[in-house]
Design a protein. Structure first.
Length: 277
């Protein structure tokens, strides 16, 4: 996880009703929102899903950086959040630097949880599931070199899992073969049969953790960065006052039937209003 600035923001100039802004390409960031709610239940939240740009994993780095920095620039100008969380591994590993050039609020990003995975593994073989864009990033190379140099990190880009998570939250059926294919791809790699720890390097993937666990079978532990993200947000906002004047909001960059089908899921996450941006 990467955060800016590095200390808590306790300034009295932060309006109590100023929201946290959580941003993702779709509904994957709801896995992060759930952990934030657990630590900061009183915090007003605006959740933004760039579903018009989904999937990010198939885009180029330049496209992602331009889109994310542009959207977040307009969103912060209009919504005045106290903090922005980029609840998306792909966007964070690619666009964090350009976003810092645009925004003047604290930023929390999310990156693959390779460090804790390296401490957890007993076999020394770690699987990493992410988007195609995430798994090829130099940032991931650096995390591996720093924290898992003495381990074996096997990476697989699994875009089908993003679509599966989105479908699951809409209440649509998901073919179990989607999860079997992701598992088979990792197991087929050298030493893949020894994987005992899997990094879920996309915020969508914890939403289908149960399905992945069934496909992997026993003896595999999953880890993602959502707990650390929530703790960091709590740290950066400690001492601040909170006031929820209106129900929390989910913003989408495109409307449609798929958004309409998410109504009950969004409400379950405390997002009682839905609109397009």
């Amino acid at each position: 996880m990467t955060s800016f600035p590095t200390g808590p923001n306790t300034t009295e100039t932060v309006a109590p009703a100023a929201p946290l802004l959580l941003f993702d390409s779709g509904v994957g960031g709801l896995s992060v929102l759930a952990k934030v709610r657990a630590l900061l239940p009183q915090a007003p939240v605006i959740y933004v899903a760039d579903n018009a740009g989904l999937p990010y994993g198939a885009k180029t780095e330049a496209q992602i950086a331009a889109r994310v920095s542009g959207l977040l620039g307009r969103l912060t100008e209009r919504l005045h959040p106290r903090l922005v969380c980029i609840a998306c591994n792909t966007a964070s590993t690619i666009a964090l630097a350009s976003v810092r050039d645009v925004l003047e609020v604290p930023i929390v990003g999310t990156v693959p949880a390779i460090k804790p995975a390296a401490a957890m593994t007993k076999t020394g073989v770690i699987g990493l599931l992410g988007t195609q864009a995430t798994i090829r990033q130099a940032y991931v190379d650096r995390l591996e070199a720093e924290f898992a140099a003495d381990k074996r990190l096997l990476r697989h880009g699994a875009p089908e899992l993003v679509a599966a998570a989105e479908a699951k939250l809409r209440g649509d059926p998901v073919d179990p073969a989607v999860f079997a294919r992701a598992v088979a791809a990792l197991r087929a790699m050298p030493d893949g049969d020894r994987i005992d720890t899997v990094v879920l390097a996309c915020t969508h993937f914890p939403l289908v953790r149960d399905e992945l666990a069934q496909a992997f079978g026993p003896g595999v532990t999953f880890i993602d960065g959502s707990d650390g993200i929530a703790r960091r947000i709590a740290f950066l906002t400690q001492g601040q006052r909170w006031q929820r004047k209106i129900p929390d909001l989910a913003l989408f960059t495109r409307g449609g039937i798929d958004v309409d089908q998410l109504g009950s899921t969004l409400a379950a996450h405390g997002l009682e209003r839905v609109a397009t941006f």
